[in-house]
Ligand binder design. Structure first.
Ligand code: C2E
Ligand code: CA
Ligand code: CA
Ligand code: CA
Length: 279
């Protein structure tokens, strides 16, 4: 029994080492990717539910590896967040996305709103506002077409600091949307107090529409509350026509999801704009 215990212990140590090893490799590769600017920004259309027109896009980061493969955000954002590497990555994403949006604005799609995700760590970073301010000047993008998606968890994790940053963002003329609404420490208080423009209803409330009566009630309530507060509502994860029709009947403003399009590389997004006639 003593031997088995020892063997188990060795196996456990080996497994630990392997995980620690993988983590170190990931961190090292991420550092190289930041230096080499190996991140791509993909775009998923946001659609005006009543008309089906594309009103904007969400920028979503992808990591292009040396072998050509793409690593999705969920495989590196958490580590980037823990190590602080999300700050330079986020800056590269924001810069690339603003430049791209400006190109589209100048080529006949002047109405497209660009949404970019901001994480807790980015929100806490002292240089954020300066970076955005300089970027707006450098790219000459219309700030009212720039929107930041921030989760309620990120906002609530340091309320006082978050309010100040959100107010600065508003001062620059850009907008703020609450991402994954309904999944975090929701507080109705911040909806009133914070300078936000809209709510993004989390996919988990959308996926079982219209059959799940609870989700139906939740989405209906969120939309009616948003109406009362003068906020827009976007539903994420719209995958089928039944969900879309339900969201329309609930008077939800915007939708995003595989039904319309998955996130696309810039060139493919541009072709989508052309074929859908822009609006
Ligand atoms: P999110 O902000 O909630 O983004 C929506 C995610 O849902 C995206 O995953 C998108 O591809 C996926 N999605 C879109 N439509 C559908 C659908 O109809 N069905 C399903 N099942 N999924 C759909 P993605 O691109 O893998 O991004 C995952 C998360 O990584 C994002 O969640 C966001 O939290 C984070 N992220 C992505 N890009 C960035 C970035 O540039 N900066 C920061 N800070 N976080 C990012
Ligand atoms: Ca988002
Ligand atoms: Ca979301
Ligand atoms: Ca979500």
């Amino acid at each position: 029994a003593k031997e088995t215990g020892k063997n188990n212990c060795q196996l456990f140590t080996l497994a630990m080492n392997e995980r620690a090893q993988q983590r170190l490799v990931l961190e090292k590769d991420l550092r190289k990717a930041i230096e080499g600017r190996h991140f791509e920004v993909w775009y998923q259309p946001k659609v005006h539910l009543p008309t089906g027109g594309i009103i904007g896009m969400e920028a979503l980061v992808r990591w292009r590896r040396e072998d050509g493969s793409l690593t999705p955000p969920l495989e590196f954002i958490p580590v980037a967040e823990e190590t602080g590497m999300i700050v330079p990555i986020g800056e590269q994403v924001l810069e690339a996305a603003c430049r791209q949006a400006k190109t589209w604005h100048d080529s006949g799609y002047g109405h497209l709103a660009l949404a970019v995700n901001l994480s807790v760590r980015q929100l806490a970073h002292k240089g954020l506002i300066d970076f955005i301010e300089r970027l707006l000047r450098r790219t000459d993008i219309d700030p009212s077409l720039l929107e930041f998606e921030i989760t309620e968890t990120a906002i609530m994790s340091r309320v006082e600091q978050a309010v100040a940053v959100l107010e600065e963002i508003r001062r620059l003329g850009a907008h703020i949307t609450v991402d994954d609404f309904g999944t975090g420490y929701s507080s109705l208080y911040y909806l009133k107090r914070f300078p936000i423009r809209g709510l993004k209803v989390d996919r988990s409330f959308v996926s079982n529409l219209p059959s799940d009566a609870d989700d139906l009630a939740i989405v209906r309530t969120v939309v009616s509350m948003a109406r009362g507060l003068g906020l827009h509502v976007t539903a994420e994860g719209v995958e089928n026509v039944a969900q879309m029709e339900t969201l329309r009947s609930l008077d939800c403003d915007f939708g995003q999801g595989y039904l319309y399009s998955p996130p696309l590389a810039a060139g493919d997004f541009e072709r989508l704009l052309e074929t859908s006639g822009g609006i």
